[in-house]
Design a protein around this ligand. Sequence first.
Ligand code: C2E
Ligand code: MG
Ligand code: MG
Ligand code: MG
Length: 283
Amino acid sequence: QAKNLGKNSICFFELEMQRSIDHRLHLESKMREAIKRNGFELRFQPKIDHGGKLIGAESLCRWQLPDGEWVSPADFIPIAEETGLITELGNWVFEMAMATLSEIQKHYLSGFTMAINVSPLQINQSNIVRQLLHTCTHYQIKPSDITLEITENVLMQDAKSTEEKLRRLKSHGFQISIDDFGTGYSSLAYLKHLSINELKIDRSFISDIGQDPDDDAIVETILAMSRHLNLKVVAEGVENHDQLLFLQQHSCEQFQGFYFSKPLSETELLQFVINHHKREISL
Ligand code: C2E
Ligand code: MG
Ligand code: MG
Ligand code: MG
């Protein structure tokens, strides 16, 4: 009896596994197609400083299937990484994000900055530094106006070569930010000897601020530590005024989240810039 049941459940899992493999293969071939025929888009989420000034945006990749369905980056970025397609997709993201940045800097707001998510495989791409510098030159953008967001897990892989890449990127002026800070498997030691400018507090710590004393303590501690280490801090996922108030009271310098704006299309971002480049956003 029990044996039979066990056997059945194994079959069930195999079926599920086969389904998910099929699904991934399907997505992979769709993704190859989409890279060729412009099936990807970027959205931009504004970043606001403690005085309500618009300082820049983070670019976030979107994928729309031919049938209109949207696939989340949480689903397609891992597949792009496994298949190596991330290199091509990542280069496309650099290109598009900088094209938008250059448009904004030239016509609206010269100090505007752009944050770009970079995956581990891209950092280890041998020509990443040259590639980024080339795109900057092409769009007449200063590397210091670009923030590269990497996750802590990047630092776990091939630590020596990653360390060297980050050092070179930083020496050219690129800003290096640790995304989703506090959620990865990593040690604090890297904050000491790696070339990092900024920490981005993960939104899982922000969401229950004021309600969960543990989250209050974690966020306060990250902010205090960053101050001592001279690191900038961005709070991601700020959704309401209470969270903002807490963050302001603890000297957080930059905010991002639905409270200010959802991720915007390029046209919407330009409108947002026009609305806010002179007038500060009331906090
Ligand atoms: P992330 O870099 O941590 O981006 C923040 C995510 O939080 C975005 O999800 C954004 O839409 C969402 N978000 C922003 N504000 C709020 C808020 O107030 N509340 C809530 N609930 N969510 C908020 P998204 O766009 O689905 O991106 C998910 C992840 O996919 C990103 O996390 C990033 O790690 C990755 N990703 C996106 N674009 C790229 C890309 O071009 N390259 C790479 N390598 N990864 C990317
Ligand atoms: Mg990010
Ligand atoms: Mg993040
Ligand atoms: Mg996050």
